[in-house]
Design a binder for this molecule. Structure first.
Ligand SMILES: NC(=O)c1ccc[n+]([C@@H]2O[C@H](COP(=O)([O-])OP(=O)(O)OC[C@H]3O[C@@H](n4cnc5c(N)ncnc54)[C@H](OP(=O)(O)O)[C@@H]3O)[C@@H](O)[C@H]2O)c1
Length: 292
């Protein structure tokens, strides 16, 4: 397989390169400036020139709050560009794995969401990602959309690193305790995508998130407990509600994704989130708690 990853510096893109290298898979990651999704025609040329046998698109407009005031760019990066990547992939006969999000749902279901549940995004980010899903699937019959949630990594911008950074200057941190989901370690997500990429046999939408469930406040508390036993920064967690922490874009109250379809079709199920968090904290500890 010759794998092309779209996106380079993002947490999932980096994890894909890291895990592909560990598995002996030939991979090239293309990001800005060589491939800028704001210039889709040039991006198409860059992809065609490489003739990959599989493409994984890990690039996206991910600034959820900013997207509310930057609608056109969010749709360009999350819908138009992925549709064009999917079409080029189809032209090359290459399957495409594309990432999407729990934000396509309203978040008011009582149980974990399944793939067939109706979508109802409450934010520009969610709506742009939903349109991207539909256009990717329409443009390439061999497209796989992996919806994930609450992604974190030992590097990059994410909740775990933000909590550890705040803990180095504060004794107590307020964290929302009424949004439910499951943290997804970027390495685990990358491994799942690479397993699928190696033998893509079924297509369409799949949910792929860490197993188990929690709320942000408990995820923070687990991060601090794990950091403390490794000699890292920790703080007390003050549980607050979504109403206490207003954000520009609305977050789903329920981000839980039922991942049974992926397990049934591909035999892939991510680890329980506390086990993955433990590995991530080991890595951050090995870096000397460099979370700045
Ligand atoms: N993070 C989460 O919690 C989460 C949850 C659910 C779903 N997802 C989905 O998972 C996927 C990966 O997310 P992530 O967490 O890895 O995001 P991230 O860390 O914010 O990375 C975003 C990626 O998009 C690339 N990008 C942005 N604008 C670009 C442009 N104009 N041209 C080319 N590349 C551009 C960035 O590349 P540069 O190096 O050029 O900046 C970077 O590689 C996305 O589809 C996202 O919607 C993420």
């Amino acid at each position: 397989m010759s794998l092309l990853v779209i996106g380079r510096s993002g947490q999932v893109a980096r994890a894909l390169v890291r895990r592909a290298a560990a598995r002996g898979i030939a991979v090239e990651a293309l990001g800005r400036p060589e491939l800028d999704l704001e210039a889709p025609a040039l991006a198409e040329e860059a992809i065609r020139a490489r003739r990959p046998s599989v493409i994984i698109n890990a690039a996206a407009y991910t600034a959820v709050d900013k997207a509310e005031d930057d609608r056109d760019r969010a749709y360009l990066l999350n819908s138009e560009a992925p549709a064009r990547i999917a079409a080029v992939a189809a032209e090359l006969g290459a399957p495409l794995i594309h990432f999407s999000t729990d934000y396509v749902f309203a978040g008011d279901k009582e149980a974990p969401y399944v793939e067939a549940d109706p979508t109802a995004p409450a934010s520009v980010y969610g709506a742009s990602k939903r349109e991207g899903e539909e256009r990717v699937l329409a443009a390439n019959p061999r497209a796989i959309v992996l919806r994930t949630a609450w992604v974190y990594d030992s590097a990059g911008q994410n909740f775990v690193r933000t909590m550890l950074r705040l803990a180095s200057t504060r004794d107590e941190i307020s964290v929302v305790a009424d949004q439910h989901g499951a943290p997804t370690y970027a390495d685990d997500l990358a491994d799942a995508a690479l397993t699928i990429a190696a033998k893509p046999t079924a297509f369409g939408i799949y949910h792929c998130a860490g197993q188990g469930e929690t709320v942000w406040a408990d995820f923070a508390a687990a991060t601090f407990a794990g950091a403390a036993i490794r000699g890292g920064p920790s703080a007390a967690v003050k549980r607050i509600t979504t109403a206490d922490y207003p954000t520009r874009a609305r977050r789903p109250a329920n981000s839980r994704l039922n991942c049974d379809k992926l397990a049934a079709d591909y035999g892939v199920r991510l680890r329980l989130w506390p086990d993955a968090l433990s590995d991530c904290l080991d890595e951050i500890a090995a870096s000397g708690w460099s979370v700045g």
